[in-house]
Design a protein around this ligand. Sequence first.
Ligand code: WT7
Length: 637
Amino acid sequence: MAYPYQIKSLEDYQQQYQQSVIDPEGFWANVADHFYWRRKWDKVLDWNFKDPDVKWFTGGKLNITENCLDRHLGTLGNTPAIIWEPNDPEERHRVITYRDLYNKVCQFANVLKNNGVKKGDRVCIYMGMIPELAIAVLACARIGAIHSVVFGGFSAQSIADRIQDAQASLVITCDGAFRGNKDIPLKSVIDDALIGCPSVKKVIVCTRTRTPVSMIKGRDLWWEDEIKQVETMGNPPCPAEEMDAEDMLFILYTSGSTGKPKGVVHTVGGYMVYANYTFVNTFQYQPGEVYFCTADVGWITGHSYIIYGPLSAGATTLMFEGVPTYPDAGRLWSIVDKFRVNILYTAPTAIRSLMGYGLGPVNHKDLSSLRKLGSVGEPINEEAWHWFKDHIGKGRCPIVDTWWQTETGGIMITPIAGITKEKPGYATLPLPGIQPILVDETGKEVTGNNVNGNLCIKFPWPGMLRTTYGDHERCRTTYFATYENLYFTGDGCLRDEDGYYRITGRVDDVLNVSGHRIGTAEVENAINMHAGVVESAVVGYPHDIKGQGIYAYVITERQTHDPELTKKDILQTVSRIIGPIAKPDKIQFVSGLPKTRSGKIMRRILRKIAEGELDNLGDISTLLDPVVVEEIKRGRL
Ligand code: WT7
């Protein structure tokens, strides 16, 4: 059997789960035994959640790319590792076998070495969804450089913040990226970002769109020229750097409740074991299956479930450059049809938006290859769940509603495809190794079923974050200080009569817009950069397609003569500072904000108004100026 640790039945799940709680070290050692280690670990786990200090597989030596590539060459050399579908359906797709991928990764790893990149150096990757993005990521891992992938939708300012925080020495980008009918000028955005980034010595630019770019002498290099250099050297092999299990693999920035995104750090050994275990089990991956995750590699879903999970399992992973609605709303179904996709992993926001086009784009597409479906990133409403089940899965494919986070590295609570009895809207049960606990505001455990609480995890798992880059104290206060000895997820959660978990959404000031995580404080900071703005407050509200929309209350310096123009201007400011994904859906100009006597904005009230619950605002008598509430209510959009 390909994966001896693959769960086979509900009884097997229960048994593995019990085992993982009684003897976590033995449980994970058994899984880890099926990977290639240069040297086995001395100790499986050392931990405390106080500092926090968590170490898995201490003393173990390995390289994740030897597990994703080298070890498959004998058996899967000619098997597709990556199938790539371009944005334009008229352009030819690419199939990259494990042998090809190995060669390309070694080649580009040598390019990085030729440009002075060493183990431990940080490399920022800002590219579109082309195979070279996966190659760049794996090439970093091969030589022990720490990659920091930044999603192609972030602005120059956001990139600069991330590069400065990580002190990256090299950037890998493209001339541009195709997404739907857009052509995003990645290199020119990088040029703007690098004005304030003296740590960056080299920029490698991969050709994709042939958009004209300006190259800076001594700094900017073409990917293709650098590859030629390595070819001239006779394509030498690139031995994998020997890494400690706890060496950093990557940094991925994510939003929190403060204004500044934090660099979540994952390490080599534990992350590899966890990404693989959760991939193989959640999707019940069988050798030969074609697996398609529609996420972008710029998010954790892409890291764990386009690249590391599937490749470490020797799977065939489909990478799609474009968007679900281009050239029409049947694109995902055409791709399923074209490549006989067996497993489709996507986001509720995509499902909801495609539902809006009716069944026209679905009809006449052959979806009979599909066996398993997955959802990720935000709560899936029942309507979307049923549409996915009935019209895409034709009633015969299980759906796995996977709950997890950038910080968890991999899937935590989810049905196991075809094994766990599913319930729409529920992430159902924890995977083996995961010990969820619900607590009330005071940190007291909420026991029994049919209860609500804040979702925490009480025992470490191999894929968990180790720190936030350059600021361990921030990691402690954000995740481990709210409740003693627990990892706090930031999510509210319900445990129903069957002991099933349903995630109810964030309980902090973090929004989930189309599955993208955005901090309200970040958006406020961006709005406040606008010269005419005095103060702003941002909250989320239910949005039919995006899940949550962004509602901004803004105080301007003086009455604006042309409110529409000012709105447009504010949107542009937010786009420039964060990126288009953070643009408010609604901007309401107000003359004041509801504040307590100590000056704190009462977000609860603003949230209620944005949601349209005008009669249910609760106690407003403690407000400094209760009158503003009336004005805000009247002006509600
Ligand atoms: C937040 C994490 C997990 C990778 C993509 C997002 C929300 C995620 C679900 C789900 C309900 C979900 C949570 C979580 N979330 N999956 N299946 N049901 N909510 O990763 O950007 O780190 O965001 O997304 O609120 O905390 P992320």
